[in-house]
Design a protein around this ligand. Structure first.
Ligand code: BTN
Length: 233
């Protein structure tokens, strides 16, 4: 398939809330910030279309989705990824999965969200370009054996569905605590890159809408909604 994200976008007029698209491989997988996403056979490449009824930011929903995926990986494969803000899952600082959240708003109301998940399940990390080799990992690299992708996918769907329903029924506070607990960015010295430039400071917290709250060098506390983050220590 080209990209589950793009194929689902084509169906958006007719696709119901909760529609899932999975691909065995993608030849035009996309990551955040217009990066390409390597998607050979052996990974879990999927996109989910959501039409939330509550007027929340998409960033918090994407973080909750990533947290639910981390929970599924822990349960099925015995690997415990942390969250790197905004939407990466990492194991000892190496990326094992990424989430791509593409939203459309009606004014300030979140209308529709397509959440893409790229999870390096049974992927040889030698397939990645040289410059990425030290920064990526996969489940089979971590545990030394292949994971059952059907079991893992089923668990991911259960956990993400549960997270979504908790938001929909206004019972997400526990989930938000889990997001904060899993987030390895909080407490770090970070460099935040936005369209307005680069900012250095200490990541203090994650706000209710999923924004990263950073105390900059000049003492100002600033929320970042859309940005790329590097951990400096
Ligand atoms: C990231 O940059 O970390 C997000 C990566 C998201 C990749 C997934 S794979 C399934 C879906 N289809 C795509 O083209 N991208 C997402």
């Amino acid at each position: 398939m080209h990209s589950t994200q793009d194929e689902l976008k084509k169906l958006e007029g007719e696709a119901e809330d909760g529609t899932v698209l999975l691909a065995e491989t993608q030849y035009a997988g996309r990551g955040r910030l217009t990066r390409s996403w390597l998607s050979p056979a052996g990974g879990i490449w999927m996109s989910v279309l959501l039409r939330p009824t509550w007027p929340k930011s998409h960033q918090i929903l994407a973080l909750a989705f990533a947290t639910a995926v981390a929970r599924a990986i822990r349960a099925v494969a015995g690997v415990s990824p942390l969250l790197k803000w905004p939407n990466d899952l990492v194991v000892q600082s190496r990326k094992i999965a990424g989430v791509l959240a593409e939203a459309s708003y009606d004014g300030s109301k979140l209308n529709q969200l397509i959440v893409g998940l790229g999870l390096n399940a049974n992927i040889k990390t030698t397939l990645f370009p040289e410059e990425l080799q030290g920064r990526v990992t996969s489940i089979n690299r971590e545990v030394g054996r292949e994971v059952d992708r059907i079991l893992l996918t089923r668990r991911i769907l259960e956990e993400t569905d549960d997270a979504y329903l908790r938001f929909e029924s206004g019972e997400a506070s526990e989930l938000l605590h889990e997001v904060k607990r899993l987030c390895s960015t909080v407490g770090q010295e970070v460099e935040v890159t936005t369209v307005d430039g680069k900012f250095k400071g200490e990541a203090l917290d994650i706000g209710e809408d999923g924004q990263l709250i950073v105390r900059l060098g000049n003492g100002a506390t600033v929320p970042f909604y859309a940005a790329d983050v590097a951990h400096l220590r």
